[in-house]
Design a protein around this ligand. Sequence first.
Ligand SMILES: [Zn+2]
Length: 366
Amino acid sequence: MLASSVPFCAQRSLPFLGELTREPVPRSTNRTVIQLRRKPREVSILAELSRLMAAAAGEIIRHQESPRFLSWMQREAPVRFPKFFDQAGDGRARRAMATSLGLALWNATPLPDNGYQPAPLPTPEAQDPCPCESAEPYASCCGQFAAFPGFEAEQMWLYVVEELSDEQLWQVGRAGVLPPDELEGAARRLIKGGSPRRALRLLAPLFSDPEGLTAEHEPLLGPLLQAFGAIESGMPGVALERLSATLKAPLSGALEMRRAAYLADAGQWEQAWSCLGRAQCEDSQRAPLPAVEVFLLLREGHTARAALRARFWLAQRRRSEPAGGSAIGVFLQQVAADPQATRAAYVHAGEPQPCQDFLAAMLRLD
Ligand SMILES: [Zn+2]
């Protein structure tokens, strides 16, 4: 029987799951927000898939044995991912779904014993014993059904970091196996899961050798400060002071800008302003530095001065980029026009928006 002639029970849902596999499931970026706007049924399929991926990453990392993992999938996947498996017409289709999904997960999962690279299995030949352990040839067993679309290693990393030991996290950070944007996603996931110290294990090797760091490492400063902040009860302290002294431009300016936001939130205005001053010395127009300066002035209650500085920065920006319709430009225009109203707009239920959140939003938007 040809694969295409078999009415795969889940054929209708496969394209949808294929779409899922192209996106990280779920992670703490804008993409999560997009996913959460899906229809409720799709969200619960996503949640189930995400839980299965987390459990699969644990099983793979613990043993790093593909036959053992594929057999685990036969037992566990239908139980953990019923929204998908309940669409199977019969037991044979369920086996095939578990095999195919298992191969897709295994092939994308980085293995510590393989230098943190995935070790994809070759597609079984027609006469090979089926990986589902039915003792039938692959072609007349799971090979009859459409293959599950692949996952990306980037997606599996988010689950894998949660399974690695502290020592392994350090190795991953030191070996530079993850590009900065994936490292950022992994570190944020650890922090979100309540493990800021483990996030630091992952990030520290890079920052302990700042010579090799470039502008492309800047997004890592976000989770780095977040982790320090979570550990030092909201205040990045001596370690950041030292780091700041060792980093070079443009990273040092980027770090000072973020420290300014943290210190302002902690009410340490004098230090916050000196950090912001150092960031401005390096590159006064760095986005979103002008907006952060104006926001800090608003938060501290200097509304008239905030409006003055907003007008100054708008004039500067007009000279360099006449179009100026960015989020930063819009914020500066609002403050220049009506600083009191803008200040009020950033207060919700009596609580002003934290400077760190404002900075994070501006970094994402601009
Ligand atoms: Zn099979």
